[in-house]
Design a protein around this ligand. Structure first.
Ligand SMILES: NC(=O)c1ccc[n+]([C@@H]2O[C@H](COP(=O)([O-])OP(=O)(O)OC[C@H]3O[C@@H](n4cnc5c(N)ncnc54)[C@H](OP(=O)(O)O)[C@@H]3O)[C@@H](O)[C@H]2O)c1
Length: 347
């Protein structure tokens, strides 16, 4: 049985969910795909680093995750690793680096630099982080390609739902003309809560209590998370070269409970709608709140669900709905990328 060695850079919500999913799915990966994945290294910023060329002990890792206390990965280290993130990338005994550090919407850094270093070392790259994709999709694809390796990022938009793999596979040959949808699940939840009578501030407090909004929710509320996703889809699928700033998003701060009630009275709902596509005068993108009626597929996308509809030359409308995602959903996107890389024969 072929063993594939994996290094995890970042071990927060997504990294931990991925480790659990990988261990859960290992028998399936062995039986159905003929390879055995092995985590050989994990790095965090403040929760330690572990490197074990023989494979980090899975039962010890799971029991650390199951305990209701801060993790300390150094306890699992078998190599006496000392160094910073770049030393980690340079030395890890792995064929694939999984990058799940926080997103920086303004530059993609430092994650983009981490991935550049890993690509130059000849590793395959998988990330859930939109930052390096929007700022470095072409460069990282080229850098990995120079070593015969791959750069994959299925989880960057709509978590684990297949988008990029669809366009590489079943939709190859179809021409994408445009897309629209709800790409930010946080604002969708906040607007739902406002429909139930809460103010935006109360909805944000609720979102924080269930881990959906951050302490500073402006990335979501002001439309920046949605703008990065619009730029990612535009750059990767439609040949554009946009930054989130080019999208100039309008978030949901201007939506008041009165506006939400008034829309309700008209049988409509406010949604933060993302769009990108070709029009007669060129390529256009937008992120802004709009009212939709019950005749729109977006009307019933509720809670933390997301939806994207693609317009293709051969398929006038093809929608993907992702209901109630969790970190496990995002972890699945990473797993799908892993299977894709192994099936491609480059790991
Ligand atoms: N959460 C989701 O459902 C979701 C969905 C789609 C995409 N994403 C993307 O996935 C990524 C991870 O999200 P998350 O929710 O897992 O974030 P998170 O919980 O904040 O975890 C981030 C991890 O990165 C580590 N880290 C930060 N800087 C580092 C460095 N220089 N070297 C090594 N490790 C470093 C952190 O270390 P410490 O543990 O020491 O802080 C932490 O383990 C983000 O880019 C996010 O946008 C998340």
């Amino acid at each position: 049985m072929k063993t594939v060695d994996l290094a995890l850079l970042g071990f927060g919500n997504v990294g931990k969910a991925f480790a659990r999913l990988l261990i859960e799915k290992k028998p399936e990966l062995e039986d159905d795909f003929g390879f055995s994945p092995r985590i050989t290294a994990i790095a965090t910023q403040s929760h330690g680093v572990c490197v074990d060329p023989g494979g980090v002990e899975e039962s010890a890792l799971l029991s650390m995750l199951d305990k209701d206390m801060p993790i300390n990965l150094s306890r699992l280290d078998k190599s006496g690793f000392r160094g910073d993130t770049y030393d980690f990338i340079e030395k890890v005994p792995a064929q694939i680096l999984f990058e799940t550090t926080p997103v920086n919407p303004r530059s993609g850094l430092p994650a983009l630099d981490y991935l550049r270093a890993a690509a130059k070392r000849g590793l395959n790259l998988i990330t859930a982080n939109k930052g390096p994709v929007v700022y470095g999709f072409r460069e990282l694809t080229e850098l990995t390609g120079q070593h015969g390796k791959l750069f994959r990022f299925e989880s960057a938009v709509l978590d684990g739902a297949p988008i990029f793999s669809l366009f590489r596979g079943p939709l190859a040959g179809a021409k994408l003309l445009g897309f629209y949808g709800i790409l930010n699940s946080c604002t969708n939840l906040l607007l739902d809560r406002m429909r139930d009578g809460e103010s935006l501030e109360q909805a944000i407090v609720y979102g924080a209590s269930i881990g959906i909004t951050e302490t500073d929710p402006s990335n979501d509320v002001d439309g920046w998370d949605a703008a990065i996703k619009v730029a990612v889809l535009s750059n990767v699928l439609m040949g554009q070269n946009l930054t989130p700033m080019d999208v100039q998003p309008t978030g949901i701060r201007g939506i008041t409970p009165e506006m939400v009630r008034s829309a309700d009275a008209q049988g409509k709902r406010w949604k933060l709608i993302c769009k990108g596509g070709w029009q007669n005068d060129g390529y256009h993108v937008s992120v802004k709140p709009e009212m939709v009626g019950s005749d729109s597929p977006l009307y019933s996308v509720d809670g933390t669900s997301s939806y994207v509809s693609f317009e293709l030359d051969v398929l006038p409308g093809m929608g993907i709905l992702e209901s109630d995602p969790s970190p496990k959903t995002t972890a699945f996107g990473l797993l799908a990328d892993l299977i894709d890389i192994v099936k491609s024969g480059v790991a």
